[in-house]
Ligand binder design. Sequence first.
Ligand SMILES: Nc1ncnc2c1ncn2[C@@H]1O[C@H](COP(=O)(O)OP(=O)(O)OP(=O)(O)O)[C@@H](O)[C@H]1O
Length: 345
Amino acid sequence: MSSILPSLGRDVSIDIGSIQTRLMGGTRESVISEPSIVATDAKQQKIVAVGDEADRIVRRMPDMWRPLTPLKDGFIVDYRVMHTMLKYFLHKVSNTLRLSRVLVGVPCGMTDVEQRAMMDAVMQAGAREVFLIERPVAAAIGCGLPIFDARGSMVIDIGGGTTDIGIMSLGGIVSSKTIRFGGSDINTALLRYIRQCFGVMVSDETIMDLKHSIGTAIAPLEDSEYVFQGRDMMNGLGRRCVIHQSEVYQVIDDSLQGLLDEIKQIIRQAAPEIVADIMQYGIWLTGGTALLEGLSQRIGTELGVPVHVPELPEEKVVTGLHGATADLVGVSRFIVNSKNRKGRD
Ligand SMILES: Nc1ncnc2c1ncn2[C@@H]1O[C@H](COP(=O)(O)OP(=O)(O)OP(=O)(O)O)[C@@H](O)[C@H]1O
């Protein structure tokens, strides 16, 4: 990979999530995290704000400004929004972007066209070179896993819109897959349940708070309660409701079933030596949804393997990308695609 020259500017790492975008490098030493949205007028013609600021004005004046996101399930669906968002984020961390290499964490199994769209968006935002690395690999580096050793390391990164699963060994990817399931699917299931059982509408913020407060992936020992305000679907008036943790658990349990089946399938397809390593060393769970109470125990019990959740699991992809910038030659086998100002490698 001839273009892996020493960086002239400071390298930048970016994990563009369906919910949050996280960056590291450039002029900033710590992780920056902002919502992956822009705010537009009602006709969706003028973009007036990006990230935190967009989130603020959309919440304050929802009738005037609409949120738009460039990604769906990890893939670009709105190129204009992606371009504006990337330009804003990358320039926020680098004042020498034209000299910088940008490492991007991407879902597994992106097509060549999807990879090109992502690289073009980053180059047009002003980068010198762009490198794509699959998210489970970045998360594994972020967790400090021995991915160059003769031992299988498995990572499951569960974010808001997607779950990226990867098994790595001997400096290569044994298998990887992106599943269209994340925390937003749990939110949707909870929203549907509340509409059906309570006959009320609730805000996204209420659902999020409910999930973060009493959401659990294992049967609760004590059935705690959560009180919320809904808008009655019959008369349009406000109504106080109480939901039990056991109900929330049931909804989450149902929505997790597909994911658990997919994880089992991936392990079943792995070589016996790799499976033995996973049984012995366990699985690392990263991404924001790894913080869901009881999820690691649930996966561990279902598969009979130890499951580890690192500190700040939602930052492991971006910290792993940042770690990779220190030795791009070393991780070159994990780079799925790259582009520089002269074109592609
Ligand atoms: N304490 C918590 N309990 C349950 N879920 C949580 C908790 N904290 C964060 N989450 C969930 O994590 C999700 C966001 O995770 P993350 O920031 O990794 O997503 P993302 O990177 O934007 O999405 P993706 O990787 O799918 O593109 C949200 O659905 C959020 O509700």
